[in-house]
Design a binder for this molecule. Structure first.
Ligand SMILES: [Zn+2]
Length: 849
């Protein structure tokens, strides 16, 4: 158990470690209950560091012996590590510790999953393996010897030698301990190879448990595509002889970029048409790319300290979204990213968990692997690129790699590269890293004598610890359309730096219709009062796909808002205008599928709250249902036509074209189900030969209340495939009517196959309950109580996953007094658990404010 009174760590307190690590030799003798780790580490004084007492991190380790230059020493052991007197100058540290991987349910450090050994060291897991300066600015060359009977024994770098019961690996690239990895077990490999741009052959492997070897081909292709793309677009070549990926069932995160040995949650790498949806395929492709791209942005150039996490994550998320845009549709990817940002990052930025992209303090760094650091961090990179232009961005990146290769860097280093290569002053831009909260952007306009003026005002509401905000640099992409629908001013990037600022466009012969924030050029809330006519006009004519989608989304929001707060009926004019777009066969089916989706209920709650209306989850659910019924009825003739257009006759491929068609077809099916009670969905279920079609049909049957036979058939078909069964668990809770959601989740947890210690299975039920907005927010508080019970139980085993799930309570202050009281009580009950972990203590404290 961790320290009960957690310490707060501050960015401003950064001090370099007093020693450099010249090299590390580890010998790991594996055993489930008593693994022995022997370390041999050469320390040299760090000339850039102030004098300090020698301290090594270490948690949950049993120290067997320690020596300095061959002489036994007795260090002072603390809850967080050890202290020791050391000689001046360099010395050789040796130690032997014992750990118990089989008892490690937190899944940090060395642990076991289905009989296989694996590691997770980011952020601070290495200290659970051996005593070490476990901080990212200490980089060293590792040689690792693994001893054990397991047929496959892997670590970072290149294999150098092996024999009966042992294998040795050497990683020539200096790295921080968080990138260390070790895997051992009975594994099968799906092999491949890649020839780099300079003609070197690299051996590729995806290692899986026996039985999964048929689900590796797609991941392997995605890896090769990523390697090629990083060479072509960023000029980055792979730097070892071998690149291994391992799939692990029990994993807290999606995947981990350990040098040369990426470890993946099996749900993020294993794929087949029968068992994976199109969304799974796209996500797997993106995650494989993301982890691979870290080899340069994260591994070769790493972070000085954990406050700089966005340095590697913001940039790498930005790079993986560029990759997906190139592999698939850039417009669809952009809209999807914004939907995701608004669903996950905006609530964070507008609630008690709000923090800057680069936080300035933390108690448990695991709690800062957030949408703000990752997704808003990527938006910041995107803005930087928009401001300097694609060419200057590429030049700056070349300089970044040249100047900082092999270093542990800061955001200051990153921005300096852009300042030096472009001559720009980025002092104000840097506020994006230090100022939390989502800026609100208001717009007014004026037209006289051929001159059109747009006046913007930016204001960021107060966030925890930041009552006052300064103006930020906003790239605002604007285009102007003539009243006849022609574009008279193509996309122009306005650079806003003041709190209020005007921009003029001259030589126009009529008052134009503005298309503002094209491509969502800055992560802000655009607050523009405009008429329904203007929105409909943009829906029909805008040349920018994002703003076309946004215009329709705005109309849907306005319609739902009027239904919820004024008891209005569905907006038939919007439904008819949308029909024209849906009928346009020249438009990408994936784009049309996005146009068909309504804002989520959580998004509507957020919108109402921003307008000063207390959201009622039941009313939001009812309005959404009524509107979807109206869409289905109004489009009874259109739906079968779209369904026919969306049919895929070719053999299954998870590519953009086919998946776009399936997305459109399945969006249509969910409306059709409202007309036929599930007849078409049942037919699709019976005929489905891939998971996308099967699962969508099942989802429709659940919403129609006609799912019993299909649920049983699905279970019978897939009971032995844990990843598919995760979907079965999740869908029943997410798609069911709100009044049944808690009971259903509760019944699922009674099943023998509800392995709650497995993060994927736990999230399948608990995460899906939180997604069922009106179900989770049931008036009687049953959703809150149920989830709190489970979080209390899980914290004892897995603090990291528990803490992350606590964030489902982050919007608690948005709701009515009764619900607030119930949510607060649930949080206080979690806070009162004896022995609460450091991770959850920090989260609950912040949530309660
Ligand atoms: Zn990452």
């Amino acid at each position: 158990m961790k320290d009960a009174s957690p310490q707060t760590i501050y960015l401003k307190d950064y001090t370099p470690f007093g020693w450099q690590v010249a090299d590390v030799h580890l010998t790991v003798a594996l055993s489930p209950d008593a693994t022995r780790v022997r370390s041999r580490i050469r320390f040299e004084p760090n000339p850039d560091a102030p004098a300090q007492r020698f301290f090594l991190h270490g948690e949950d380790l049993r120290l067997i012996r320690a020596s300095i230059d061959g002489t036994e020493v007795t260090p002072v052991l603390t809850a967080e590590g050890l202290e020791c007197d050391v000689p001046e100058g360099g010395f050789l540290w040796e130690s032997e510790v014992e750990i118990a991987p089989a008892a490690n349910t937190a899944l940090e450090g060395l642990y076991m999953s289905n009989g296989m050994y694996c590691t997770q060291c980011e952020a601070e897991g290495f200290r659970k393996i051996t005593y070490y300066p476990d901080r990212p600015d200490v980089m060293s060359v590792f040689t690792v010897r693994i001893e054990g009977d397991e047929p496959v024994k892997l670590s970072n770098g290149n294999p150098v030698a092996q024999g009966e019961g042992w294998a040795e690996w050497h990683d020539p690239w200096p790295k921080p301990a968080y990138l260390f990895a070790l895997v051992a077990g009975e594994l099968l490999n799906h092999p491949g190879s890649f020839t780099t741009m300079s003609g070197r052959e690299v051996e590729l492997n995806i290692y899986v448990r026996p039985g999964d070897e048929g689900k590796c081909a797609f991941g392997m292709q995605a890896l090769k595509d990523s390697m090629r793309w990083d060479e072509e677009v960023y000029g980055r070549e792979y730097d070892l002889d071998i690149f291994n990926i391992v799939a692990v069932d029990d994993f807290n995160m999606g995947a981990m970029e350990n040098k040369g040995l990426n470890v993946f949650n099996s749900s993020c790498v294993l794929a087949s048409p029968e068992t994976s949806t199109d969304a799974n395929f796209e996500r797997i492709e993106a995650i494989i790319a993301h982890e691979y791209f870290h080899n340069w942005t994260g591994n070769r150039i790493t972070c000085r300290d954990w406050f700089q996490l966005c340095l590697k994550e913001g940039l790498t998320v930005f790079r993986d979204s560029q990759f997906t845009s190139d592999m698939r549709s850039a417009e669809v990817k952009r809209i999807s990213d914004v939907i995701d940002l608004r669903a996950r990052q905006f609530p964070e930025d507008q609630g008690p968990l709000s923090h800057p992209v680069r936080p300035e303090s933390f108690q448990e760094i695991n709690n800062f692997y957030t949408a703000t650091v990752y997704e808003k961090g990527a938006e910041v990179i995107g803005m930087l690129r928009r401001l300097v232009g694609a060419e200057a961005y590429a030049k700056a990146l070349d300089l970044y790699f040249e100047r900082h290769d092999g270093q542990a860097c800061t955001i200051e280093d990153w921005l300096k590269v852009f300042e030096d290569s472009t001559g720009r002053d980025l002092t104000q831009f840097k506020r994006w890293y230090s100022q939390s909260g989502t800026p609100h952007l208001k717009v007014s306009d004026d037209y006289a004598d051929g001159t059109y003026t747009l006046t913007f005002t930016q204001e960021t509401p107060p966030t925890p610890g930041q009552p006052e905000k300064a103006p930020q640099v906003l790239p605002i992409a604007v285009g102007l359309l003539n009243p006849n629908g022609d574009e008279v001013v193509p996309t122009t990037m306005l650079e806003m730096t003041e709190a209020t600022q005007s921009f003029t466009f001259e030589g126009l012969n009529a008052k134009p219709v503005p298309s503002i924030l094209r491509g969502f050029s800055a992560p802000v809330v655009l607050m523009r009062e405009s008429t329904a006519e203007e929105k409909s006009f943009l829906l029909a004519h805008d040349t920018d796909a994002f703003n076309r989608w946004e215009a329709s989304r705005d109309l849907a929001r306005a319609c739902l808002s009027a239904m919820i707060t004024e008891g209005a009926g569905p907006d038939l004019a919007w439904i008819d205008a949308l029909e024209q777009v849906l009928r346009d066969a020249t438009l990408d089916p994936a784009f049309r599928a996005l146009m068909l989706a309504l804002p989520t209920q959580a998004e509507l709650a957020q919108m109402l709250h921003a307008r000063g209306v207390t959201p009622d989850p039941d009313a939001i659910y009812a309005a959404t249902e009524t509107l979807r019924d109206a869409m289905a009825t109004r489009w009874s003739a259109l739906l079968p036509e779209l369904m026919a257009e969306a049919r895929v006759d070719a053999p299954f491929a998870p590519d953009a074209e086919q998946s776009g068609k399936r997305a459109l077809g399945n969006a249509v099916l969910s409306l059709q189900t409202r007309l036929d009670g599930g007849k078409a969905a049942q037919a699709q279920y019976d005929a489905a030969d891939n998971m996308t079609m099967q699962l969508s049909a099942l989802s429709c049957l659940i919403t129609a209340g006609a799912e019993d036979a299909a649920l049983a058939a699905f279970e019978a078909q897939w009971k032995d495939d844990r990843l598919v069964m995760d979907k079965w668990f999740a869908l029943q809770v997410a798609a069911t009517a709100p009044e049944k959601a808690v009971a259903r989740a509760s019944a699922l947890t009674e099943r023998a196959d509800f392995d709650w210690k497995n993060p994927n299975r736990f999230r399948a039920v608990m995460g899906s309950l939180a997604m069922n907005h009106a179900g989770f927010h049931a008036k009687d508080g049953s959703g809150y109580r149920f989830l709190a019970d489970w979080l209390i139980k899980l914290d004892e085993k897995n603090p990291q996953t528990t803490a992350r799930m606590c964030s489902v309570f982050q919007t608690w202050k948005r709701y009515d007094a009764d619900r607030q009281a119930l949510m607060k009580a649930a949080l206080e009950r979690i806070a009162a658990r004896p022995g609460l972990s450091r991770d959850v203590t920090e989260m609950v404290t912040r949530l309660l404010g």
